[in-house]
Design a protein. Structure first.
Length: 218
């Protein structure tokens, strides 16, 4: 039986001049969550947006806001992102030596805790954190930019993460280079959520793109 993944729209590829409308449109088009890439120019070589923008766009969608924090010194900013309207706060262990404590702090703030794994990071990084994790984001590009090519070696990592997670209610999301060509392989490897930017925010129509990625239509 064909499995249908959840679709998370990465707004990095949206039109930033009309971000509120873009988020409303992609919500209307059937996305399951909104993926928001926060970059600080240190942890990754790009700068995007902060809590103030998240607060401004919050009213445009009732969907969960997944805030992907590609920043150093994450501990100092968790409260601000939580207050701005994040539902899930996703952090990189590569940016933070005390990731276990960070995950506990996210829970204390009343938010879901996510861990993102860079392409070079072992899937075993989650093993001793698993009781604190609600969401795992497997990076299939090096974080920093939209529109990059999927690193197919990461398919193996998705399988390992699935074997660690088993049937526990932890979402396994894949972020970077997700297209109609590779979506089925990603799902078969064990992902439950596809994060997509350029495959959604293009002229082919958001609803059409989301439904095709989900495998609802050909
Ligand atoms: C990359 C970001 C991704 C990015 C994905 O650093 O974490 O969320 O927006 O974009 P696409 O889908 O275009 O690869
Ligand atoms: Zn992301």
């Amino acid at each position: 039986m064909k499995q249908h993944p959840k679709i998370s729209s990465s707004i990095l590829s949206a039109n930033f001049a009309s971000l509120g409308k873009e988020i409303a449109d992609v919500t209307q088009a059937g996305a399951d969550s909104i993926h928001i890439d926060v970059m600080d120019g240190h942890f990754v070589p790009n700068i995007t947006l902060g809590p103030q923008v998240i607060r401004a766009i919050r009213p445009y969608s009732p969907l969960p806001f997944d805030v992907h924090l590609m920043i150093n010194n994450v501990d100092s900013y968790l409260e601000f992102f939580a207050a701005a309207g994040a539902d899930r706060l996703i952090v990189h262990p590569e940016a933070e030596p005390h990731i276990h404590r960070i995950l506990q702090r996210i829970k204390k703030l009343g938010k879901k805790a996510g861990v993102a794994l860079n392409p070079a990071t072992s899937p075993r990084a989650i093993e001793y954190l698993i009781n604190e994790i609600d969401y795992i984001l497997i990076m299939t590009v090096n974080p920093g930019f939209g529109g990059q090519s999927f690193i197919s070696q990461q398919l193996e990592k998705i399988k390992v993460v699935r074997s660690i997670v088993g049937t526990q209610p932890i979402e396994i999301a894949v972020d970077g280079g997700v297209t109609l060509e590779n979506s089925q392989q990603i799902i078969e490897a064990g992902a439950s959520t596809l994060v997509a930017g350029t495959s959604i925010f293009n002229d082919l129509g958001y609803e059409n793109n989301i439904r095709r990625l989900r495998g609802e239509i050909a």
